[in-house]
Design a protein around this ligand. Structure first.
Ligand code: SF4
Ligand code: SF4
Length: 167
């Protein structure tokens, strides 16, 4: 070992260097976020949990036309749906189920939907005690989609831009 290395060890040079760095950052503004007390609003393009929506002017009528494109495009087979034909020869969505445990949030289903009945929300917290809660049916997906849309509209009205931190 060289004399320089020995001298460094004797004065605890590495520790002093580390402490200097610690003191330097003690006086700067923290860049970490105190989650969950502070929350980040994801960008509009964020690919979070997928949800269903209806048109605001026809809230009782499904926007989904039952084309099954989302089912076919899904790379992880997360979507299952059942349809039937109504008295006007139009497709009716009897069941629409999404298994969040399988979903990889690729948003291919959202992109392929011809009528924009699916949306990529900014919801990313999926932790739960029950696996059953991650199997979303049509009603849950609609509730989730409309709650998200309402919240986004409120945020826009209040001038809260995406990627800001809300405390
Ligand atoms: S986001 Fe991707 S994985 Fe999830 S349901 Fe849609 S297509 Fe399937
Ligand atoms: S792609 Fe859109 S319209 Fe077609 S079944 Fe899926 S949600 Fe419905």
């Amino acid at each position: 070992m060289s004399i320089k290395d020995t001298a460094r060890k004797m004065i605890f040079w590495d520790i002093l260097q580390g402490m200097a760095l610690t003191f330097k950052y003690m006086w700067t503004k923290p860049i970490t976020m105190q989650y969950p007390n502070e929350r980040w609003i994801p960008a509009d393009q964020f690919r979070g949990q997928v949800a269903l929506v209806r048109r605001p002017d026809t809230p009782d009528k499904d926007l989904c036309v039952g084309c099954c494109l989302c089912v076919r495009v899904c790379p992880s087979n997360a979507i299952r749906m059942e349809t039937s034909v109504d008295e006007n020869n139009r497709k009716r969505i009897d069941e629409y189920n999404l298994d969040v445990t399988r979903c990889i949030f690729c948003a291919l289903c959202v992109e392929i939907c011809p009528v924009k009945a699916l949306v990529s929300t900014d919801l990313f917290e999926t932790a739960t005690y029950s696996r059953q809660e991650l199997l979303r049916n049509k009603e849950t997906l609609l509730k989730q989609g409309h709650a998200w849309r309402e919240r986004k509209e409120k945020e826009r009205a209040q001038g809260i831009a995406p990627q800001t931190v809300v405390k």
